[in-house]
Write a protein that binds this ligand. Structure first.
Ligand code: ZN
Length: 274
């Protein structure tokens, strides 16, 4: 398929933009080699142990495990903590930063990913909205207070059993700590850190209310559509262009731009016209 018209249109919008909002979902990490949890097959391919136990992604990403069996709960998150720390963000992150510098773009990143890959690629913490929280921050499981603190723990995991050999503890009460991530069926997630990010993002949108704004959305699926709605909502402004990059679900209405490919391929394609 020839996407050159779409890439040229996207490049034109970026070249004329005053502000850039980068939105991303799970598909953003695929080009860095991160597993795609899409569907049970995708999840079980990455974690065969859970297939043997008959546990889906929704079943694994559940705070109940931390209450019942913390070593098992931390098996999934301890493995991912190490995985995300050791993963090198793909070249698409560098391309985005290069556009920001070259065109002097005011910018903000909104992601449903908890992997911290944007910060690892050099994006500033103050310009991030992590709507589901971050694996690199911890909170008390109870919780005994509103404290959220950086995850500096080493959490080795036995891959045969997916059990953590060490369990992070709350420094205040000595109980079990958990990732500051919004899980499924989660009523004790502490949202203060994310709320602070939301307030900074709202200020950013207000400040650039009249600027030509471009939203680049990558790898955001329809199963949990938070990110897609966010992109579309900003896209309703005057002088707003949304560029939706998605290999399977790239459709977008309202005269916006759609690229049916992976994040890295899409960004490289646009970059050729800049
Ligand atoms: Zn505590």
């Amino acid at each position: 398929m020839d996407w050159s018209d779409a890439c040229r249109k996207a490049a034109d919008a970026i070249g004329k933009a005053g502000a850039l909002v980068v939105t991303s979902g799970a598909g953003m990490g695929v080009d860095s080699g991160l597993p795609d949890f899409r569907g049970e097959r995708g999840f079980w391919k990455a974690y065969p142990m859970y297939e043997r136990l008959g546990i889906s992604f929704v079943g694994a990403a559940n705070p109940a495990h931390f209450h019942r069996d913390p070593a098992f709960g931390w098996g999934f998150y301890g493995h991912r903590t190490t995985l995300y720390r050791t993963t090198e963000p793909h070249d698409g992150f560098r391309i985005l930063r290069q556009w920001i510098t070259r065109f002097g773009l005011a910018h903000f990143v909104v992601t449903s990913n908890v992997d911290g890959q944007f910060q690892k690629a050099g994006f500033e913490e103050e310009r991030m909205l992590e709507v589901h929280g971050s694996i690199h921050h911890l909170q008390c499981l109870s919780p005994c207070s509103d404290a959220i603190w950086p995850n500096r723990e080493e959490i080795p995991v036995d891959h045969a059993t997916m059990r953590a050999k060490q369990i992070p503890r709350c420094p205040h009460c000595g109980g079990v700590a958990r990732p500051n991530i919004l899980m499924f069926g989660d009523y004790s997630w502490l949202s203060d850190r994310t709320r602070g990010q939301e307030m900074r993002f709202d200020s950013f949108l207000n400040e650039h209310q009249h600027a030509p704004i471009v939203v680049i959305e990558m790898g955001a699926g329809t199963s949990i559509p938070t990110i897609r709605y966010m992109s579309e909502r900003i896209g309703q402004r005057n002088a707003a262009t949304v560029i939706r990059i998605n290999p399977r679900e790239s459709h977008i209405a309202g005269g916006h731009t759609s690229l049916p490919c992976g994040a890295l391929e899409g960004l490289e394609g646009i970059d050729e016209f800049l």
